[in-house]
Design a protein. Structure first.
Length: 276
């Protein structure tokens, strides 16, 4: 195909790790881009970008912490311009659904002149096992500032399959995909399904967003991250995303994974057991 590398940003994280593994299984040479890799890549340190982009012809762009964060539009504009200058042909961007601010960052990348695909994803299943909700699940109680709003949680495996298709197949250039799982669930529903699969008692409690933010602040979480969490749980989780799409099926020709399968398979790994 090409002797150039595919750069997978966030390549040690929930989606990036899966994207990199799928590419490597197909014999495609990959460079993982993260602060912990060599060369290291840091979104907050532009001096690290050029080395990561060397000898690369396509990039999976997984931003941190979120495209709706202050400064993300400018960062995306500067990063994608540098990528095009370095000869990169294709950029596949992971974004969120229903985030107006993130769409401005998407447009900055779209204007770069590279071939692009935008993947707007729902909340990941894996937030409960590899992300910020895992500790609560293991500890037996989850508190979040959300109650009855439903979300079509999605598997990072499905996101990675779509990202790989977009990186490798020309038919996805210029497309904006909105990816959802097959079912609308509340966070309480998700925790209950995990508890059943893990054969554990795990409580779920909805708390006022101000109390939740104060707790995070008290735990030493930086102000900008607290602001992001507040934004995600109020502006984005207000019901605007409580609908399903068929884009996973459209791209992959199969139904998205169901949360029950994820819960059963993850419970079998013991990551949610108290002794783990
Ligand atoms: N989680 C969700 O449900 C969800 C849903 C829709 C969209 N998204 C979007 O998906 C993206 C990633 O999501 P995530 O929070 O779940 O994280 P993640 O991809 O699981 O993990 C973070 C990855 O980014 C790297 N990283 C962290 N800080 C970095 C920095 N300053 N510069 C470069 N790399 C950095 C980490 O490696 P190092 O620590 O080694 O740097 C790791 O590889 C975000 O843009 C988010 O908005 C997430």
């Amino acid at each position: 195909m090409t002797d150039k590398l595919t750069l997978v940003l966030g390549g040690t994280g929930k989606t990036g790790r899966r994207v990199a593994a799928r590419l490597q299984e197909r014999g495609i040479a990959v460079r993982i881009g993260a602060r912990s890799t060599s060369p290291s890549f840091d979104w907050t340190d532009e001096a690290t970008w050029a080395a990561a982009l060397e000898n690369v012809d396509r990039v999976y762009v997984c931003f941190q912490p979120d495209l709706a964060s202050p400064g993300a539009v400018d960062t995306m504009r500067r990063f994608s311009a540098l990528a095009v200058h370095a000869g990169i042909k294709r950029l596949v961007l992971l974004s969120g659904r229903g985030e107006d601010e993130a769409e401005a960052a998407e447009r900055a990348l779209q204007a770069s002149g590279a071939d692009w695909t935008i993947i707007r994803a729902s909340w990941f299943f894996e937030n409960f096992s590899e992300g910020f909700l895992a500790d609560g699940i293991v500890g037996g109680s989850v508190y979040l500032p959300t109650d009855a709003v439903t979300e079509p949680f999605i598997s990072c495996d499905d996101i990675a399959d779509v990202a790989v298709a977009a990186l490798l197949d020309d038919g996805h250039v210029g497309k904006v995909y909105s990816l959802t799982g097959p079912r609308l669930m509340t966070f309480a529903d998700a925790v209950a399904e995990i508890a059943a699969a893990a054969n554990r008692r795990i409580s779920y409690q909805s708390v006022p967003v101000d109390d939740f933010a104060a707790q995070l602040k008290g735990d030493g979480v930086p102000d900008d991250y607290v602001a992001l969490i507040r934004y995600l749980f109020t502006s984005v989780l207000d019901g605007r995303n409580s609908h399903l799409t068929s884009d996973v099926e459209h791209v992959l020709g199969r139904r998205p994974r169901d949360f029950a399968d994820y819960a059963r398979e993850t419970a079998a790994t013991d990551v949610w057991s108290l002794a783990a």
